[in-house]
Design a protein around this ligand. Structure first.
Ligand SMILES: Nc1nc2c(ncn2[C@@H]2O[C@H](COP(=O)(O)OP(=O)(O)O)[C@@H](O)[C@H]2O)c(=O)[nH]1
Ligand SMILES: [Mg+2]
Length: 245
């Protein structure tokens, strides 16, 4: 009986050994290539490649743009037109970086031009004046987050000017914004109801209605980090770009 079993095992072993692994390897390789092509085409077809620098005037958007693209901290100048340039992220291919002017008259028009191509939105905050300007900062962030075009974007809240001793930390800024967004959401939704719904440009409801507002409830992936364009401390931003590009 044992002999019979041994014979069967031997036969099996011989058969396994005889299998030609060539076609299997070729099939695996072809499968891998097909998946890679699918992933690349999908990425291209979404057409979202831009990274937008947004936020109020004087938060440091142009300084960040100039540091990343030209390694310079510029003398002050107010931008009324967007700055556009290719940023080489590490060893990867480049992304288009757009510095949206912060002045309220041009801000929204310019943002509307680029928002459908945006993969990432960098919301730059002046960490020194944020508490004083909390309503303006929050209004601007609310408009961006409730825009239906930004729902697939990743968002980075960049708490800039951390070289200043009076700068608020990203944790403090996050909770200031969370509280204020709760209030702004109430005010804006009441305004919308009184005007009547405009179905074409209906903004997305932010977070969970009836609950305290939390960043964890929104559809965008949002993160809070610190930076100083002045001291060229922009690793938090460049690492984030490399991760999501
Ligand atoms: N201390 C400090 N000042 C900064 C920093 N980034 C920008 N600034 C200054 O803040 C002001 C506004 O910067 P700018 O880039 O023009 O802001 P933008 O209006 O958002 O483009 C300028 O005087 C900059 O020199 C920073 O990281 N630290
Ligand atoms: Mg500027």
């Amino acid at each position: 009986m044992d002999k019979v079993n041994e014979n069967v095992r031997e036969k099996k072993q011989i058969k396994l050994g005889e299998i030609d692994s060539g076609p299997i390897l070729i099939a695996l390789l072809l499968g891998f290539i097909a998946v890679a092509i699918f992933v690349i085409l999908r990425r291209r077809s979404t057409g979202r490649r831009d990274f937008l620098l947004t936020g109020l005037s004087e938060s440091g958007k142009t300084a960040i743009f100039m540091q990343l693209l030209h390694g310079k901290f510029p003398a002050t100048f107010t931008s009324i037109k967007e700055n556009v340039g290719d940023y080489q992220a590490g060893g990867h291919s480049s992304v288009r970086l757009v510095d949206i002017p912060g002045h309220y008259r041009v801000r929204e028009k310019c943002f509307d031009l680029y928002k459908h191509k945006a993969k990432g939105i960098v919301f730059v905050v002046d960490s020194v004046t944020v508490q004083k300007d909390i309503r303006d900062v929050t209004d601007n962030l609310y408009t961006i987050l409730t825009d239906s075009a930004t729902q697939p974007c990743s968002v980075l809240v960049l708490c800039n000017k951390q070289d200043q001793t009076t700068a608020k930390s990203s944790q403090v800024i996050k909770s200031l914004l969370e509280k204020e967004l709760h209030t702004v959401r109430d005010t804006r939704s009441r305004k919308l109801q009184s005007v009547g719904d405009d179905d074409v440009n209906k903004p997305v409801t932010l977070g969970k209605p009836g609950r305290d507002f939390e960043f964890g409830h929104i559809s965008q992936n949002i993160q809070f980090v610190e930076s100083s364009a002045k001291d060229k401390e922009l690793n938090t931003l460049t690492n984030w770009i490399s991760r999501i590009m």
